[in-house]
Design a protein around this ligand. Structure first.
Ligand code: F6P
Length: 362
């Protein structure tokens, strides 16, 4: 290091979420104030690292960031530097740009790289660590599908947003005697739907981990109707799938179903046909990814950001900073890369939902 101040690099990769700026702020303040490090922020995830688009981050850059949504560094979703699509003489080809990353890190004299992202970002970080790059990962995405940590940055705020939406749908569903479907994000895991569905009092929750039978959903709705509840709230994870052999032929969505895309449109059309109840769909979409982080996410982001810099200072590289049972605990990247933390179908949350009378369509 020939007397120079130690340098760490940071990048935010994958889908954005509330809390990213909070974690950038925690990293920069800890690195500069506690360890005297310099922090080089790369723009737009690994793409910026490949193209050497960067900014030296100062305390001024992160002042007032704690409650700001998004990421001041920018991000790219699903960019893989090991398979970068480049245009050569008008022909698209895939190129491995990892050597360019190693060169740029060396050129900046960066000792360690902190990557803040979901499974794809962390897996890319793991592959770089196998090439000698010293990497520390921070788990982030609204899906909460990253093993090695109870909660990912962004998840709690997304659950708050979805719960608020479910609360609002109750009054209109009851007034119009309708089925109201709320489609939420979560990619391959059903955490957002499960936790917001419980918190928001959904009658039916559909998640990827429990394939649904549309006829059983209809039976639950008609049973509610017989008991005087001629409306139902259904929280649908975007990854929900029908159980093998129970699929109905696709129905062209009737005009009156105000929906755009997503799995819910088909489910709504089928339920309207089976129950003869008017059905409406709301796809919450990117509202779950925007806005300011909840206080819980600000706290989680700050804890993980500080911990990541401490790990760099202690030379604990090639690990992810995670929190299990509210205790900070690093986990080897190889135990996280390419994995997905699914909802345990016999877990406590599914059990308590069933105790509350929630149907999972199974
Ligand atoms: O991983 C976060 C997430 O919001 C998923 O829940 C969702 O399926 C996906 O990103 C959407 O990706 P994009 O922002 O590329 O459309």
């Amino acid at each position: 290091m020939n007397g120079q101040r130690k340098r760490i690099g940071i990048l935010t990769g994958g889908g954005d979420c509330p809390g990213l700026n909070s974690v950038i702020r925690a990293i920069v303040k800890t690195a500069i104030n506690i360890y005297g490090y310099e922090v080089i922020g790369f723009n737009d995830g690994y793409l910026g690292l490949v193209n050497n688009r960067f900014k030296k981050l100062t305390l001024t850059d992160v002042s007032g960031l704690l409650d700001k949504g998004g990421t001041i560094l920018g991000t790219t979703d699903s960019f893989d530097p090991f398979n970068m699509v480049v245009d050569i003489d008008g022909e698209k080809q895939e190129r491995d740009m990892s050597d360019r990353i190693i060169y740029n890190l060396k050129m900046h004299d960066i000792e360690g790289l902190i990557v803040i992202g979901g499974i794809n970002t962390i897996t890319t970080g793991y592959k770089l660590s196998l090439m000698g790059v010293r990497v520390i990962a921070i788990p982030k995405n609204i899906d909460n599908d990253i093993p090695g940590t109870d909660t990912t940055i962004g998840f709690i705020t997304a659950v708050n947003t979805a719960t608020e939406a479910l609360d609002k749908l109750h009054s209109t569903a009851e007034s119009h005697h309708r089925l109201m479907l709320l489609e939420v994000m979560g990619r391959r895991a059903g955490w957002v739907a499960l936790e917001s569905g419980i918190a928001g009092g959904a009658d039916i929750i559909l998640i990827p981990e429990i394939p649904y039978d549309i006829n059983k959903i209809a039976r639950k709705i008609l049973e509610r109707k017989r008991n005087g509840k001629n409306f139902s709230i259904i929280c649908v994870s975007e990854g929900a799938v029908p159980a093998e052999g129970t699929e109905l032929p696709d129905i062209i969505c009737p005009e009156q179903i105000k929906s755009v895309y997503g799995v819910s449109s088909q489910i709504a059309a089928q339920l309207e046909k089976l129950t003869h109840l008017e059905t409406r769909v709301t796809v919450l979409g990117y509202l779950q990814r925007g806005g300011e982080p909840s206080p819980s996410d600000r706290l989680l982001s700050t804890r993980l950001g500080v911990e990541a810099v401490n790990m760099a200072a202690e030379g604990k590289y090639n690990k992810m900073a995670g929190i299990i049972n509210n205790e900070l605990c690093p986990i080897d990247l190889e135990k996280v890369a390419n994995k997905c933390k699914h909802v345990p179908v016999d877990g406590e949350l599914v059990r308590i939902a069933r105790n509350m009378g929630v149907s999972f369509g199974d």
